[in-house]
Design a protein around this ligand. Structure first.
Ligand SMILES: *[C@@H]1O[C@H](CO)[C@@H](O)[C@H](O)[C@H]1NC(C)=O
Ligand SMILES: *[C@@H]1O[C@H](CO)[C@@H](O)[C@H](O)[C@H]1NC(C)=O
Ligand SMILES: *[C@@H]1O[C@H](CO)[C@@H](O)[C@H](O)[C@H]1NC(C)=O
Ligand SMILES: *[C@@H]1O[C@H](CO)[C@@H](O)[C@H](O)[C@H]1NC(C)=O
Length: 466
């Protein structure tokens, strides 16, 4: 499968680290040039020339040998939307680059952006306009991806895609013209799948995997810290959501060690983990072994879904719980004043979910019963029985490691915990359509992504092809 995939050209952008921390419009600066100066004539004897020749050759070999590729790291700040309903970051697409807010989804592997031709199902403003990108290529193939919560359709295209300071030339993605209703919540205009290529509906190499497999990251992994605002009655619709790091783990966001557990049987498609133990109020639930207890670790799913046997066993430990009905079929209610603590182990330590995350929402305006965040889904062919989403992930620092394929968790640091429910400025990855019309001439000096970098990118691109 890999060998039939189009080759993505990847380059690192020379953006200083401090500018990487804040998602912002990537605006090309005016063309830059370096003045040339003539050097004084060099006179060398024979042995000096020989030494010079060797050093030149060594330098070129070092620069272009695969092991000595320039490696780097980057960060994308996340926005928490709708009281922990979804977590989005930003990508920039095209030439000139335009930024789009995209759901960060470790539970799927396709990238797509709503196209300007998208029908009323797309959120409206700031959609991708292929006609405004000089580097866009229409691959004229149908793009159609189905999720648990909806569907997105359009055509497959390719263009330069940038995120967290990294750039992938010829990244394939869906230019989407229809989604199922309410899929996109303004300002979100798309989704970036951060799972493995074998899961991609388009078959395209995912952005993250192109970077990780190409050796462009200092460490072949991504780190997530996600914030909690669910139990903060003064929270707004958009709040700071934490961060996604590429190529490194941010040591100030966790304490202790990261416990890595391999993806079972090397089946890298979802970020799979086997649930080996699960307790409710300290009592353990009996779980089948092996594939019947596999879970997809999924930043793009709000809650935790599981097979009815497991979910029933969980609520059996919570006095006063009842199955929901109608729209709430598959959910369970329980008395809001119960502090429910669920702990999950994936083969290593037990990770505890706070009662604040277990308590999803009240069953009615003045009700003393609440729905829990764990709900039943029917088992489906090809899908893992458990989907472990943000309800769990808000309680740990999580790491998605390319090599060896594994998922790691660590306890959140005080610094990370202090961001939960905190009043702070919401990162502004959204720049909307206006940026599309920013030209090189009107660029401000503050932006360091210059034409120079794009030219260098192009040269590297050529070297890759040779
Ligand atoms: C070349 O120049 C270096 C330094 O000036 C000197 O040490 C060396 O002996 C010279 N070699 C020859 C072959 O003339
Ligand atoms: C790509 O080309 C097809 C026709 O082959 C067209 O229907 C579609 O709208 C184009 N998509 C984009 C994003 O330009
Ligand atoms: C929300 O829940 C967390 C974890 O249980 C707790 O530390 C925090 O104080 C709660 N916040 C509010 C506003 O109740
Ligand atoms: C790591 O996280 C801390 C706390 O959020 C942040 O201040 C720092 O900039 C992060 N480091 C990097 C390299 O992003």
């Amino acid at each position: 499968m890999l060998s039939s995939m189009p080759f993505a050209l990847i380059v690192l952008l020379s953006i200083p680290l401090e500018t990487l921390a804040v998602p912002r419009p990537l605006i090309p600066a005016a063309g830059q040039s370096v003045p040339l100066k003539r050097k004084a004539q060099v006179t060398r004897n024979e042995s000096e020339w020989a030494e010079w020749a060797k050093s030149q050759r060594d330098a070129v070999m070092a620069k272009y040998s695969p092991q000595r590729k320039k490696r780097s790291t980057g960060v994308n700040l996340i926005v928490n939307q709708g009281l922990d309903s979804s977590f989005y970051g930003s990508v920039a697409v095209g030439t000139p680059p335009v930024a789009f807010d995209v759901i960060l989804d470790t539970g799927s592997a396709d990238l797509w952006i709503a196209d300007t031709h998208c029908d009323s199902t797309c959120a409206g403003t700031g959609n991708f306009d292929p006609s405004k990108s000089s580097s866009f290529q229409n691959l004229s193939k149908v793009f159609d991806v189905t999720y648990g919560s909806g569907e997105a359709m359009g055509t497959l295209g390719q263009d330069v895609v940038q995120m967290a300071g990294f750039s992938v030339q010829k990244q394939q993605f869906g230019a989407v013209t229809a989604t199922s209703s309410n899929f996109l919540q303004n300002p979100v205009t798309g989704l970036i799948g951060l799972a493995w290529q074998s899961l991609a509906a388009s078959g395209a190499m995912p952005f993250w995997q192109a970077l990780a497999s190409g050796g462009y990251w200092d460490s072949p992994l991504m780190g997530f810290q996600l914030t909690r605002f669910l139990n903060d009655s003064s929270a707004g619709n958009l709040e700071p959501g934490g961060s996604l790091s590429m190529g490194f783990v941010n040591e100030s966001l966790y304490t202790g060690t990261i416990d890595y557990q391999n993806i079972p049987n090397g089946q890298a498609s979802y970020w799979l983990q086997a649930i080996t133990a699960l307790t409710v109020q300290g009592k353990s639930i009996s779980l089948p072994s092996g594939a019947a207890s596999y879970a997809a670790i999924d930043t793009g799913t709000t809650l935790v879904a599981g097979p009815s046997s497991g979910i029933q066993a969980i609520y059996a430990q919570i006095p006063g719980s009842h199955p929901g009905s109608g729209q709430w079929e598959g959910f369970y209610s329980y008395p809001c004043n119960a502090d429910v603590v669920v702990e999950i182990s994936f083969g290593g330590p037990s990770w505890s979910i706070s009662p604040a995350d277990f308590q999803f929402t009240a069953t009615g305006p003045s009700s003393t019963d609440c729905y829990g965040a764990f709900y039943e889904i029917p088992t489906a062919e090809g899908s893992p029985p458990w989907i472990v989403g943000d309800t769990f992930l808000k309680n740990v620092y999580s790491v998605f490691r390319y090599d060896p394929p594994s998922v790691g968790f660590a306890a959140l640091s005080e610094t990370a915990l202090a961001m939960n429910g905190a009043n702070a400025v919401v990162p502004t990855p959204t720049i909307g359509a206006d940026t599309a019309i920013v030209t090189a001439n009107s660029a401000t000096p503050a932006h360091t992504l210059g034409h120079l970098t794009l030219v260098i990118s192009a040269i590297f691109g050529l070297l890759f092809l040779l």
